[in-house]
Design a protein around this ligand. Structure first.
Ligand code: MG
Length: 216
């Protein structure tokens, strides 16, 4: 997107996982915990649960044409997204994998002086708070929207509209930033929001350049 399209921005809504940090090992650990949960409820071996989840994800993706989330795969296999997230909160240890990055802290601190910043994530509130605290980013956010607010995972139009309503911005004023277009950005873009795909540190840091000309 060109810098010009950003001129009306009055707030930024960030995805968390894969956007404000990138960590393949922790992403794999989340997937592993989801597989353990599905194995447990379906009475499958860990390996068979993994195969069932991969096949389900592929089938749902082919049917819908968009990449599917762990939440969608869990529901399709008869699991409870709530129970899966309880298991995540009890067992996942993001502190083992994540590394605090001063460049990201400073970026968000600078952005927070210019715009209200928000988190909107498919992660749960307990883990989101732990991750944001551990990464040293929690003080930069004006508000946080997590999956346990309404148990409606992204992508979800109603939830995206609720986020806009609660932060008090018109679609063209709210920039959505995420690492998965289908999950984080497609719905906001359809609602009229500017969007920015960020999948690594360089792309995240570049956001500041694109916002350089915006005066709030
Ligand atoms: Mg993400």
């Amino acid at each position: 997107m060109s810098a010009l399209a950003y001129t009306e921005i009055r707030g930024i809504v960030f995805d968390l996982d894969g956007t404000l940090y990138v960590c393949d090992r922790f992403a794999a650990e989340i997937q592993n915990a989801a597989t353990t949960y599905i194995a447990e409820i379906k009475g499958l071996s860990h390996e068979d649960a993994g195969l069932a989840m991969a096949a389900t994800r592929q089938r749902l993706t082919e049917q819908s044409g968009i990449v599917q989330t762990i939440s969608a795969v869990c529901t399709e296999l008869g699991g409870s997204v709530q129970a899966m997230h309880r298991y995540f909160a009890e067992t996942l240890r993001p502190e083992t994998y994540l590394v605090r990055d001063e460049r990201i802290i400073q970026l968000l601190e600078r952005l927070a002086k210019r715009f209200p910043l928000y988190i909107y994530t498919n992660n749960n509130r307990i883990l989101t708070a732990r991750i944001m605290g551990y990464l040293g980013l929690d003080h930069t956010m004006r508000g946080t929207f997590t999956i346990d607010d309404e148990w409606r995972a992204k992508p979800n139009e109603e939830m995206a509209k609720r986020v806009l309503k609660e932060i008090g911005l018109a679609p063209e004023e709210a920039l959505f930033v995420g690492d998965r277009y289908d999950v984080d950005l497609r719905v906001p873009e359809q609602l009229g929001c500017p969007v920015y795909l960020s999948q690594n540190l360089e792309q995240l840091l570049r956001l500041e350049e694109l916002l350089a000309g915006v005066t709030v």
